[in-house]
Structures are given as structure tokens and as C-alpha cells.
Design a protein around this ligand. Sequence first.
Ligand code: ZN
Length: 264
Amino acid sequence: MEGPLRPFLLILTCLPLFSGCTFFRTRPALPDSLLVREQLVIHSDFKLPQKHRLLEELLAIRGDLVSALDIPVSDEPIHLYLFDDAETYQTFITSEFPGLPNRRAFFVEGDTSLSVFAHWGDRVAEDLRHEVSHGYLHAVTPNLPLWLDEGLAECFEVPRGYDGYHVDHAEKLLDLVETASWRPDLLRLESLHDISDMSQKDYAEAWLWVHFLLHTSRERRVLLQHHLSLLRQNGQSPPLSEAIWQTSPTVDDELISYLRAISS
Ligand SMILES: [Zn+2]
């Protein structure tokens, strides 16, 4: 395939499952219609308008991330491989990445390339906002903890203008809180290192922590920015939970109060 994937591969996916596909016998070719917009190099097997509003939104997300996280801008290309047909997409993924779960979209970080694979379906906007956010983040920040990587992508998969409020995650967590079925556990989230270990509840909690850090106070936002800055400078950082707990020993309760406040 173009831009050969090196031995190092990090693969992240969006949460929802893809289902109902059938399979071709041979691997489809990579999409070959090319469109370059700033950092995004878009390969599609169908004609995409140069000024498609989804592409404009994807380009704007880079500025949103830079502004929220105080991260630098990269010009490293992010390759988007877009398939018009769900079956063609799934056949390609099964052939190229055997063993991966069936998902509507993937982000793949290789040694020298950042790539997103997706099917242009009903939820492609959400999928691309999520996966392209991974791309922008990985272009400038090494060794992002899995929970933080996914929490940020969940925040920025929400359409612009909603301040990252993810109604599905908020409702799910609120239901669990009201039935005393869930308490925040950032240490447990930090212990997760494999995408297959993350449940829908984990994605929701990761989203909530990131939303809390970004939207409750300048101090908390700076904690997150500092964590990312250390990762960029040193490739490592103490767990973010340490810094968060130093700000308040009752932060778990504050997180639940915040969930109630933004959901009311
Ligand atoms: Zn993801």
C-alpha cells in the first residue's frame, strides 16, 4: 500500500461497531482520487467536492485543538482513505489489518505516517472528526496515554459549536450515577493500554475527565496543557491523575457534580 506501514503500528478506532457487511474475495485497491487540503491528504474512491463542509470542519478542528490544548501546529500529512462503499471498506480493512474488530473507522500511526481509514456512511462526520483529531494530536504529541487520547477524540468528535458536550456519554454516565453503578476511577483508566480493553463506559468516563479539565477552570486546563507539553519535550510525563488530585482531594465528587450540572 502507499506509504508502507512500518513495524511500529498504533491503531485506534472509534467506538461504534460496524456490522452487516459481506466480503469480496480479493482486496480492493486503495482509493486513488486525491485532494490535498492543508495537513489533510484525502484519498477517496469517489469524487469529493474541494469545499465540502465536512472537510472545512475537519480543517477547523486543528485550530480548535491548538487553541484548547496550546499545542503546536504540524505540517505532517494525515492521509485519509475514504471508501464510498461499506463492503469495499470492510474487505480492505480485513485484508490489510487482519484480526482487527469491525469498526467504521480507524486511525493508524506508523513510524513515518499517520492514516485514517473510513467508510463514507451515515456517521462519517462523527467518525472523521474523531479519527482526524487523533491524527492532529499524534502529529505533535508522542506517547499519549490511551484514555487521554480517546477522551480528547471523543470531545472533538462532537460537532463544532457544542463545546465538546457528548450527549450520549453524559446520559449514560448520569444513568449509572443515579443507580449507584459507577464512580470515577482515573487510576483504572490510566492502567488501560489496549484499545480492546476500553468499554463504552470507559470512553464515556475518558470524555468526561477531558471535558472537565477543559471547561471548569483555567487551572485545570493548564494542568492538561502542561501534561501534553511534558510529553512533547520528554516523551513521558507523570500520570495526569497525580496533578489532578493535588488540586483537590475531592475531585471525584466534583466530577460527578460537574456531570449533573452540564446535563441539567
Ligand atoms: Zn479513538
